[in-house]
Design a protein around this ligand. Sequence first.
Ligand SMILES: *Cc1c(COP(=O)(O)O)cnc(C)c1O
Length: 402
Amino acid sequence: MSYIAPAGTPLGLADLAAGLHAGLFRDDADALAAKLACMTATARCWLTVSGRAAITTALRAMRGSADEERVEVVVPGYTCYSVAAAVVRAGLRPRVCDIDPETLDYDGNALRELDTTRVLAIASSNLYGIPNDLTALELYAAKRDIYLIDDAAQALGATFAGRPVGGFGEAGILSFEKGKNITTMEGGAIVTRNGMLAQRLDAAHAALPKSSAASAVRAWLKLPVYAAFFRPSLYGLICRLPFLGLGKTVYDPTFELARYPRALAGLALHLSGRLEALSGRRNANAADMRTALEDLPGVKLVRPHPLAAPAYTRLPCLLEAPAHRARILAALDRAGIGASASYPRALCDVPEVRAVLPPSDRELSGARFVAASILTLPIHPLCPANLAERVRDIIQRELSRG
Ligand SMILES: *Cc1c(COP(=O)(O)O)cnc(C)c1O
């Protein structure tokens, strides 16, 4: 049965051939770094094996220049678990701040009430490609003399107030994992325009081990498999194989810290040239999905900020009655539609994170509501034209069953 994957980047034979040729015969790492710095309107870029490794490396560089007391990093109450894991991996303590379910951005009141005296940095999330209010966050961080890490792992190509996401604050983070705006199976980057931090990042990046040749070979073996099975005609064959762990979210601070495999840089560079077209398709599909769901009682769309131009990776919506979510997901699954409940918990409810949080950070109602009620829908370029209507009909039918 045909099955639409939750998110991803279609890779054609021509993409793979161009990327493999470059990986074998050229070293595109410097050209890729220059391109990513340009795309985020920053000055410098360092490539890492993952977005997590990029966050940990950025934090190590920030730590070096800051006051000893500043050992906390504020992350949104609902974001990728890897962000909290990367903070722990850097030897720092995560703080979590509540979010506003209407926007998935930080809750302004919660931010204002936060005691930042021991905070080194705060991270944005820009989840699903929807930019946070990054101007406000930049101002917030500057006022308190803390670093802003603009996490564009899901938002490469998005802009806020005309500026590229990833280019706000002192450092931006990118990811090339599966399900991000472009993918080479793995990979990440740190970008900055701050000259002082750049010096420390040079040192922190130089201290990372080179990625092993085996890791590049592994990624290159997986890429054609990913390219083939991402297609709806084949995805149905693999999406239920439990050992692939597709869509599973785990908290793991023991991830590899290394540089990006140079043999993947050519593919990433090639795909960065396709990003605008990919984002155009995803955003058009997201607009159709929004139109189909906007008047559906019981479903609330996440509202992008008026100054934001998203680069959607999935379309998030919230169910007013979270108790119906499991049944809706099951019905969509039966229809071959890879919807997802995204991250299963608020970060304050991930046991390993909760254990290190101060009591003030342990009850986040906005983040908990989002974790319980979010549904993300596929909008990638291989979604069929009538998907939005099919999704609406299925959700409507399941909600009317009460
Ligand atoms: C994926 C992701 C990361 C981590 O990137 P990896 O390459 O998977 O380590 C960080 N932040 C957000 C918001 C993400 O979606």
